[in-house]
Design a protein around this ligand. Structure first.
Ligand code: HEC
Length: 121
C-alpha cells in the first residue's frame, strides 16, 4: 500500500512536471525561432514585451512602467541599464538573454528610450 502511494505520487509529479514544462519549452523555442527573423525593434517589442508593457505601461507592477518619469525614477533611463533588465529579467519579468541577440536587445533598449521621450505616441 505504502509502495503504491509512493509510486502514484512519483507518477503524478512526473505528469504534472511535464504538463507544465513541455508547453513552456515549446513556447520558448517558438519565440526564439520567431525572434531570429525579426530586426524591427517595434515588432520585437510587440511580440516579446507588449503583453505586459502595452503602450509603455506595466500590467503587473503599475509603477514600473516604461514612461520617462518612471524610467528616470527607477534608474532605467540609459540604453545600458534597459539592456541589462532585458537580458537578465527582474522579479516577475523574465530574462530575454537567450531569446534575443545582443544587437536586438540594444536596438530594443534605444527604441524604448525613444518611445519614452515621445511619450509612447
Ligand atoms: C510577464 C510580463 C512582462 C514582460 C513580457 C516584460 N516585462 Fe518588463 N517588466 C515587468 C515587470 C513585472 C517589471 C518590474 C520589475 C521589478 O522591478 O520588479 C518590468 C520592468 C521593466 C523595465 C523597468 C521599468 C521601470 O520603470 O522600472 C523595463 C525597461 C522593461 N521591463 C522592459 C521590458 C522589455 C523591453 C520587454 C520585452 C523584451 C519586457 N520588459 C517584457 C514585466 C514584464
Amino acid at each position: 500500500m505504502r509502495k503504491l502511494s509512493i509510486f502514484t505520487v512519483t507518477l503524478i509529479t512526473i505528469i504534472a512536471f511535464n504538463l507544465f514544462y513541455i508547453p513552456r519549452a515549446i513556447a520558448q523555442i517558438n519565440l526564439t525561432q520567431i525572434n531570429q527573423n525579426i530586426h524591427e525593434p517595434s515588432k520585437l517589442f510587440e511580440i516579446n514585451c507588449a503583453g505586459c508593457h502595452l503602450n509603455g505601461g506595466n500590467i503587473i507592477r503599475r509603477g514600473k512602467n516604461l514612461k520617462l518619469k518612471a524610467l528616470q525614477k527607477n534608474s532605467y533611463d540609459t540604453p545600458e541599464s534597459i539592456a541589462t533588465i532585458i537580458t537578465n529579467g527582474k522579479n516577475n519579468m523574465s530574462a530575454y538573454g537567450d531569446r534575443l541577440s545582443k544587437q536586438q536587445i540594444n536596438d530594443l533598449s534605444n527604441y524604448i528610450l525613444n518611445q519614452a521621450k515621445n511619450n509612447w505616441k
